[in-house]
Design a protein around this ligand. Structure first.
Ligand SMILES: CCCCCCCC/C=C\CCCCCCCC(=O)SCCNC(=O)CCNC(=O)[C@H](O)C(C)(C)COP(=O)(O)OP(=O)(O)OC[C@H]1O[C@@H](n2cnc3c(N)ncnc32)[C@H](O)[C@@H]1OP(=O)(O)O
Length: 250
C-alpha cells in the first residue's frame, strides 16, 4: 500500500496536485551586509488554494452519502485501534493546475495567468460540476461522485453529452496520470446508453485496461449510484507526453 500511495503522490506531485504547500511559498532574498540570504515568506501571506472537492451547501443527500461512503474507506482502524490508510484515497481538486505545482507560481505567471480548470471555473456552488475523486491503487481504479448542476443542461431536463464527456475525460485523464505520469487524451470512445437527469448524482468508475509502452488504455462506466442504471460506457486511450510536448503545442 505504501508503495502504491507513494506512486500516486509522485505522479501527482509532478503535476502539483497534492497540497505540499510548504514548497509553493515564494522565496525572496534579502541582503545582510554583502551576504544575500533566501527567506521563506510566512505562509499566511499566501492563502491555501481552495479544495473544490470538499462538501458544500449545494451537495444533496445522495452526493453526501456517496462522499461519506468512500471517505470512510480512506482511513481504517486496525485491530489494535490504530488508524491507518484505507484502500481509497481522496484526491484534492484545485482550479489551477500549474500555479500550485512546485515552481509553478512562476510558470503560471508566464503562460497560465488567466487559465482556470474548465470544470472548476464556476464559483456558484452546485451550478455546474460538483464532483469528488477517490483512487484505489491496489485495484487500479478511480471513482468520481458527480452531481450535475442546472448549467449543464443539454436535452431538456438532462445533462449535455459534452458535459458528460468532459467529466469522463477528467476522471480517466486523472486516473491515467496517476498510473503513467503526464498524458494527453488521444481517443475517447463514448456510448451514451441512458440520459442523466439534471441535478442527479451519478458514479463514474474508471479502470485500467492495459498499458503498452506510451499507451494507457482505460475504461469508464457512468452509472446511477446504486449501479442499477448504466448511463455511458467509454474506452479511452492516453499517450504519455513530455512537458515539451505541451509547450510546443502552444
Ligand atoms: C495534460 C494532463 C492531463 C492530466 C492531468 C490530470 C491531473 C488532474 C488534475 C485535474 C484534472 C484535469 C484532467 C483533465 C484531463 C483532460 C485531458 C485532455 O483533455 S488532453 C486534451 C485533449 N487531447 C489533445 O489535445 C491531444 C492532441 N493530440 C496530441 O497532442 C497528439 O496526437 C498525441 C500526444 C495524443 C499523440 O501524439 P504523438 O506524436 O506523441 O504520438 P503519435 O506518434 O501520433 O502516436 C503514438 C502511438 O499512439 C497511436 N495513436 C495516436 N493517436 C491515436 C488515436 N487517436 N487512436 C489510436 N491510436 C493513436 C499511434 O498510432 C502510435 O501508435 P504506434 O506507436 O504506432 O503503435
Amino acid at each position: 500500500m505504501a508503495w502504491s500511495v507513494g506512486r500516486i503522490c509522485k505522479g501527482f506531485l509532478r503535476l502539483g496536485l497534492l497540497s505540499k504547500q510548504t514548497q509553493l511559498i515564494p522565496v525572496t532574498s534579502v541582503s545582510v551586509g554583502t551576504v544575500r540570504t533566501a527567506v521563506t515568506l510566512p505562509s499566511f501571506l499566501f492563502p491555501k488554494p481552495r479544495d473544490f472537492s470538499l462538501p458544500n451547501s449545494s451537495w444533496g443527500l445522495e452526493m453526501m452519502r456517496m462522499y461519506e461512503h468512500y471517505n470512510r474507506q480512506c482511513e481504517v482502524e486496525t485491530e489494535g485501534g490504530q488508524k491507518q490508510e484505507g484502500p481509497w484515497q481522496k484526491l484534492p481538486s484545485y482550479n489551477r493546475l500549474l500555479k500550485y505545482a512546485t515552481g509553478g507560481v512562476y510558470l503560471s505567471e508566464m503562460i497560465q495567468s488567466k487559465a482556470r480548470l474548465f470544470t472548476r471555473n464556476i464559483r456558484n456552488p452546485g451550478a455546474a460540476f460538483e464532483y469528488v475523486l477517490f483512487v484505489n491503487s491496489e485495484e487500479q481504479k478511480c471513482v468520481c461522485v458527480l452531481q450535475a448542476g442546472h448549467l449543464l443542461e443539454g436535452p431538456p431536463g438532462h445533462v449535455h453529452g459534452g458535459a458528460i464527456a468532459t467529466m469522463i475525460d477528467t476522471v480517466t485523464g486523472t486516473h491515467a496520470t496517476i498510473l503513467s505520469g503526464p498524458v494527453m487524451t488521444a481517443n475517447l470512445n463514448i456510448n451514451y446508453r441512458r440520459p442523466i437527469p439534471l441535478g442527479s448524482t451519478v458514479l463514474l468508475e474508471s479502470s485500467l485496461e492495459k498499458k503498452e509502452g506510451r499507451k494507457t488504455f482505460i475504461t469508464c462506466r457512468v452509472t446511477s449510484t446504486d449501479g442499477s442504471k448504466l448511463h455511458t460506457e467509454t474506452s479511452a486511450l492516453f499517450l504519455s507526453i513530455s512537458a515539451s510536448h505541451l509547450l510546443s503545442g502552444l
